[in-house]
Write a protein that binds this ligand. Structure first.
Ligand code: GLU
Length: 492
């Protein structure tokens, strides 16, 4: 069987956004599934809009997501001669021609067509330019573009799209399109096809925004005598109001970089974007490992309907799709602990809260704490925000914790120091010991254990929710618990 060869050919004109990351991911999944090759090609021929910064941002984004490629990055601009050569071949074979119509002439004809309520398509004026006239005009230095000569005679372009099915466009609907600009530079439509042929691409998996280019590219392949790749045009990613997602409209939240900054795991985020336009045929949403998704991924699973990215206005933390947060949380909770620990460390380092001892003498403690906390967290940043009381002595008491739990009963002013004294004395300071101590004290005082448990949690973490109290006490250790229980009196 023929080797699967796919490509990701971004134009380096901006950051890596969700839509292009999804394209890259599907190509990667397909290549990995079939033991094929993924080619990374930087389509940098639009020199005015291409930047190195953007190229770097795209590559950084791919690397962060763990999307690796087997060939490249190639540069489209390195193959300009070949693109021009193909255009020359088409002209020599009479399958393309030089067009000397000026912009003014074309504008005039367009206006005339519009006045008649017709859509303007290039009318083929220069098809009939004789060789002598062409040479004369070339000698005179008249500017020209190269147009592809769409076959006439009532035929049509037909191809089978993996997602959209059979697509047929009659030749009449396609104008003699430009393949080389008047400045001598080939257009995307030509360069991209030439590169795909040279890179021996077997499957072109790209967004539906390109589906109108495909019939033209099929014509080019046919005219150049090249075999056609399979095409799979993926649905688009829209916002809830059906607008295409874009930075202009939605801001940074459509950039992969935003997710990296806001506590997403690379694979947790990739798992989310995989579901924007693909389904395994069941309700499954979480694929904890890359291998699991590679195994079930098929192009047939690409959905025809456009995907919705549930962008929401409001608190920057929550503007992204809740599903993205939920899936990330599932990864945090269920991934191998050893893989999560370095991410938790990075989050704390970024927040300036990291202590080197947690990678040395206290590594065991750090792992246990991460394991305990992750059951409630959805984002890596939660380790530094919600997790602050566990990793630092400087944390805020939440209002709710003070009002609801510390001020629940004025007598807590006495009870909490009593609990501190108990905990200072018990031996060993472990789960059973701390539990017996809290429950014993409640019994002796004739109060519900819940009163002490909730107040103690508020006292030692400043929070109303969290892991079980005895787990918290043991993780924090005797010393911190005793001090915090005593200090909490100041809030009552
Ligand atoms: N450079 C094009 C883009 O970024 C590639 C389109 C394609 O996949 O053919 O949109």
């Amino acid at each position: 069987m023929e080797e699967v060869r796919v490509r990701f050919p971004p134009s380096p004109t901006g950051y890596l956004h969700i839509g292009s990351a999804r394209t890259a991911l599907y190509n990667w999944l397909f290549a990995r599934k079939h033991g094929g090759k993924l080619v990374l090609r930087i389509e940098d021929t639009d020199t005015e809009r291409s930047t190195e910064v953007s190229e770097k941002a795209i590559i950084d984004g791919l690397e962060w997501l763990g999307i690796d490629w087997d060939e490249g990055p190639y540069r489209q601009s390195d193959h300009l001669d070949e693109h021009k050569g193909s255009s020359g071949r088409l002209v020599a074979d009479g399958k393309a021609y030089l067009c000397f119509c000026t912009k003014e002439e074309l504008d005039e004809r367009r206006k005339a067509a519009e006045a008649k309520g017709e859509m303007f398509r290039y009318d083929g004026t220069c098809r009939s330019v004789s060789i002598e006239e062409r040479e004369k005009r070339l000698m005179a230095g008249d500017p020209f573009v190269v147009r592809f000569k769409v076959p006439d005679g009532g035929g049509s372009v037909v191809f089978d799209d993996v997602v959209l099915g059979r697509i047929e466009v009659s030749h009449e609907e396609i104008e003699d399109f430009v393949i080389v600009r008047s400045n001598g530079l080939p257009l995307y439509i030509l360069s991209n096809a030439v590169d795909d042929h040279r890179d021996r691409i077997t499957h072109v998996i790209r967004g539906q925004d390109h589906v109108t280019n495909t019939p033209k590219q099929v014509l080019l392949y046919e005219a150049l005598g090249w075999p056609l790749p399979r095409f799979a045009h993926m649905s688009l990613t829209l916002d809830p109001k059906k607008a295409k997602i874009s930075k202009r409209r939605h801001g940074e939240v459509v950039a992969v970089e935003w997710y990296r900054e806001h506590g997403f795991l690379p694979w947790g985020f990739a798992n989310f974007i995989a579901l924007l336009g693909w389904s395994g045929g069941d309700d499954r949403e979480v694929y904890l490992s890359r291998e699991e998704l590679v195994q079930v991924f098929t192009l047939e699973g690409l959905t025809r309907a456009n995907a919705v990215f549930n962008y929401r206005k409001g608190d920057p933390k929550f503007i992204t799709d809740p599903k993205a947060i939920h899936i990330n949380g599932e990864h945090i909770k269920n991934m191998p602990l050893g893989e999560l620990v370095p991410h938790a460390r990075a989050a704390l380092e970024k927040a300036g809260m990291w202590d080197d001892a947690w990678a040395g003498a206290k590594a065991g403690w750090f792992e246990k704490t991460v394991d305990l906390l992750r059951q409630r967290y959805n984002l890596l940043t939660d380790f530094a925000t919600l997790g602050r009381p566990y990793f630092s002595d400087h944390f805020e008491m939440e209002d709710k914790a003070v009002k609801k739990n510390l001020r629940k009963d004025a007598a807590l002013e006495q009870y909490l120091p009593m609990l501190a004294d108990e905990l200072a004395a018990i031996e060993p300071f472990d789960l059973e010991g701390t539990e017996a101590s809290v429950r014993g004290l409640a019994e002796r005082l004739g109060v519900k254990a819940g009163l002490l448990i909730n107040a103690a949690r508020a006292a030692v973490t400043g929070q109303t929710v969290g892991p079980g109290l005895f787990d918290i006490l043991v993780i924090l250790g005797r010393e911190k618990c005793v001090v915090r229980l005593r200090n909490a009196v100041g809030f009552i």
